[in-house]
Write a protein that binds this ligand. Structure first.
Ligand code: NDP
Length: 328
């Protein structure tokens, strides 16, 4: 038997989330690698799943947890054997396939990546999907040739998981990063991560003009809605905006003007179904480039039971940085 969070759908459509004990017979038959989870994490999407605020979970009952790190217990997959350290991010785990907010899981070997040297299971989950998505966003800016000497990068949702790690990565690469936040009292924290300036997110969150004063050479946006539209409208000629999130909203009421008059590029970032080679590249860069001391300052460790309490808090924007879950 092992401990897990289990989600069930109530008759009225709401979600019931509780701690329970499961055995291996509860784990999905289509998995080919049984793993011991050492650490998991709570991302925004896990918050949505546990609270039932958005229809993230498609199969019931469900163990939430889109991220896991630990060790293989048993495997019928040719690439994996008992004792191998792994990282799992996404692929519908915690949505359609039982997830990692549990002490064991049964996953597909094709989904797993080897944990890079120098990254412990705890560090991997302090990074989690949020940090790996921040790296995918940063890599997109780099690949688009955004020149660190030519101006400023805007990071929205700055005190959140994606935002905090994006600031640490990009400032580490030598970019000048401006952090947009609703938590102005966290300005010192954001500067300690590497932000050169902190701005009030209210300046970006209301509908704005289609073309505004050019300021950003690149943007990492985890907020969506009017914030993304304004960020695009303020991007310099030829600049690149990456969009990964919807913390303000899924809507995007914008104009084509920045694209057709300024050649602004808008790049969508998806972590869930990203190909394995892309994941390995992102995790390698995280292993070499992310300042682990900064990561430690943004990380809070919680227990499996506390994950139930923290889920609504992350949706309310009350969590700073990353929550790592010690499931044992
Ligand atoms: P967090 O909850 O840690 O951070 C989100 C941050 O957004 C908050 O801390 C807050 O930052 C800001 N925010 C919250 N509500 C609002 C609002 N109403 N208006 C403007 N800003 C707001 O979440 P994550 O960093 O883990 O994820 C961020 C987003 O990215 C989520 O929407 C998530 O679903 C998405 N995501 C997408 C992925 C993908 O594959 N595309 C992968 C990972 C995440 P502050 O107080 O500093 O303003």
């Amino acid at each position: 038997m092992f401990n897990a969070i289990l989600l069930n759908k109530n008759d009225d459509g709401t979600t019931n989330a509780q701690m329970t004990q499961l055995d291996q017979s509860h784990l999905p038959a289509d998995g080919d690698v049984t793993v011991r989870i050492e650490y998991s994490t709570i991302n925004y999407k896990d918050g949505l799943a546990i609270t039932g605020k958005m229809p993230v979970v498609r199969t019931w009952p469900m163990v939430p947890g889109i991220d896991g790190a630990g060790e293989v217990i048993a495997s019928s997959h040719p690439d994996w054997k008992a004792g191998d350290p792994f990282i799992l991010n996404g692929w519908g785990v915690g949505e359609t396939h039982m997830g990692c907010l549990a002490q064991q899981a049964k996953l597909k070997g094709d989904w797993l990546i080897k944990r890079p040297a120098g990254i412990s299971a705890r560090t991997a989950m302090a990074i989690g999907t949020a940090g790996y998505t921040a790296m995918l966003s940063a890599l997109a800016l780099e690949e688009q040739g955004v020149d660190k000497n030519s101006g400023e990068i805007l990071v929205t949702g700055a005190s959140g998981g994606v935002g905090s790690i994006a600031i640490a990565i990009l400032s580490g690469w030598g970019y000048r990063v401006v952090a947009s936040t609703g938590k102005l009292d966290e300005a010192d924290y954001l500067r300690s991560l590497g932000a050169t300036e902190v701005i009030d997110r209210a300046a970006l969150s209301a509908p704005g003009k289609p073309l505004q004063k050019e300021r950003w050479i690149g943007v990492v946006d985890s907020v969506g809605s009017h914030t993304l539209a304004n960020a695009v409208a303020q991007t310099c000629y030829g600049g690149t905006v990456t969009a990964c999130g919807l913390a303000q909203g899924m809507d995007f009421s914008a104009s084509v003007a920045p694209f057709i008059l300024r050649g602004v590029r808008l790049i969508g970032i998806d972590s869930v179904m990203a190909p394995i080679a892309r994941r390995i590249a992102a995790w390698q860069r995280l292993a070499t480039d992310l300042d682990l001391e900064k990561l430690a300052t943004i990380t809070q460790e919680i227990s499996l039971a506390q994950a139930l309490v923290k889920a609504p808090e992350i949706l309310a924007g009350k969590v700073r940085g990353r929550l790592v879950v010690n499931v044992n």
